[in-house]
Ligand binder design. Structure first.
Ligand SMILES: [Zn+2]
Length: 389
């Protein structure tokens, strides 16, 4: 009997040790999967992105190059729409993607092309303050990196819902400047919701601002500064880059292509002026007044490249949020005063991350079953031994 008891003690120790070891392996595996899917994957994917090279003519080789990142439609969820888990997940994804991109790619300026918030159009002062605080945490950046933001319809409402109050509270957080020049490159940032063309107070003010910007740009193009241009500090003599939320007028996305263009069944749907895209009239005005060399816009959540008028390229920047896309991205631009080169940086695909979680869950379930099965096996073996003695 004593022999049996001694044997039982020794045999009891071994499976307990094995189970503890398996449990440790299980915890380590869960930790490794989380670390990969929620942290390392952003480094692995964004590491493959590179700044495009600008081909500069020999006589312009003294020009400085500006590294600019363009993203759009972050749609930070507010207090009314969206589940808290959805909010937590999307904001974590955007924070990791943005912080990793800043660290790996070191842009000098980042532009966000509107719809920063999902509920800015109706949020209470308290909800607005909460949203702004979260935005500042997610998109925190060092002092030497500039962050410029363009207003979108979800930030202040569509034309008939926007108000001076909503515009002012947006501009209190984000600089209201329309014209920004750096390294000899001019950027014009437009409130495209105010380009309804109905002569409302906000619209008239926005148009007057654009006409003033147009005058300054025209002065920079003149060789001899005289008349209305005389005496003021001229802007760099460079055609501007136009940044806005609504795209310039286009009939539909039928001619858009690529991995992140609108789904095939939606591409042919006609766009509504002043809702999906700017009106034809407002688009013409912008092209006449500003004569941009490049236009970047958001709002559609999908990618597209369109040529306007005499060959002005417009890029529709897809949404930066996984709530709107399986494959969000941002644009990397290398710009000089006369030239630019653009590249797209794709972020981790949502379905790839979910597939990784599913495979990991399957393996962990198998390991867990093994862990559960071991005490039963141990009991069964013990019973068999007792029977034979
Ligand atoms: Zn929008």
């Amino acid at each position: 009997m004593a022999l049996i008891r001694l044997g039982f003690g020794r045999q009891h120790l071994r499976p307990t040790k094995r189970r503890s070891f398996l449990l440790l392996k299980l915890i380590a595996a869960v930790f490794a999967v989380l670390l990969f899917c929620e942290f390392l994957i952003y480094y692995l994917v964004i590491f493959r992105c590179d700044w495009p090279e600008v081909k500069t003519a020999a006589q312009n080789s003294g020009q400085q190059t500006l590294k600019a990142m363009f993203l759009a439609d972050t749609h930070l969820l507010g207090e009314i729409r969206g589940h808290w888990l959805d909010k937590l997940r999307r904001e974590w994804q955007m924070e990791r993607a943005f912080q990793t991109a800043l660290w790996l790619l070191q842009p000098e300026v980042v532009f966000i092309l509107g719809d920063i918030f999902d509920e800015g159009k109706w949020s209470s002062p308290q909800a607005w303050a909460d949203d702004v605080e979260r935005f500042q945490k997610i998109f925190r950046h060092p002092h030497h990196v500039l962050l410029k933001v363009v207003v979108g319809n979800h930030d202040i409402g569509f034309h008939y819902r926007m108000s001076t109050y909503k515009i002012k509270r947006f501009e209190k957080v984000f600089n209201p400047e329309r014209l920004f020049s750096w390294k000899g490159i001019n950027f014009v940032m437009v409130n495209s919701i105010a380009l309804e063309g109905d002569g409302c107070n906000i619209c008239s003010k926005a148009e007057a601002e654009l006409i003033e910007v147009s005058r300054k740009l025209n002065c920079s193009r003149e060789e001899h500064h005289s008349g209305p241009c005389g005496g003021e500090q001229p802007l760099p003599a460079s055609a501007p880059v136009l940044l806005q939320h609504f795209p310039l007028y286009r009939r539909s996305d039928a001619n858009c292509s690529g991995d992140d263009a609108a789904p095939l069944e939606e591409r042919g749907l006609p766009f509504k002026e002043r809702y999906d895209v700017l009106s034809r009239e407002a688009s013409q005005k912008l092209l006449w007044w500003l004569r941009p060399r490049l236009v970047l816009s958001g709002h559609t959540h999908s990618a597209c490249e369109v040529l306007h008028g005499a060959g002005t390229l417009e890029i529709s920047v897809p949404s930066f949020s996984w709530r709107n896309r399986n494959n969000p991205s941002f644009i990397m631009g290398s710009l000089t005063a006369t030239r630019h080169a653009l590249a797209k940086c794709f972020l981790p695909r949502e379905n790839a991350v979910l597939a990784a979680y599913c495979v990991a869950a399957g393996l962990l379930a198998a390991l867990y079953c093994k862990l559960l099965a071991s005490p039963f096996l141990f009991g069964w073996n013990l019973l068999r031994k007792l029977k034979t003695t």
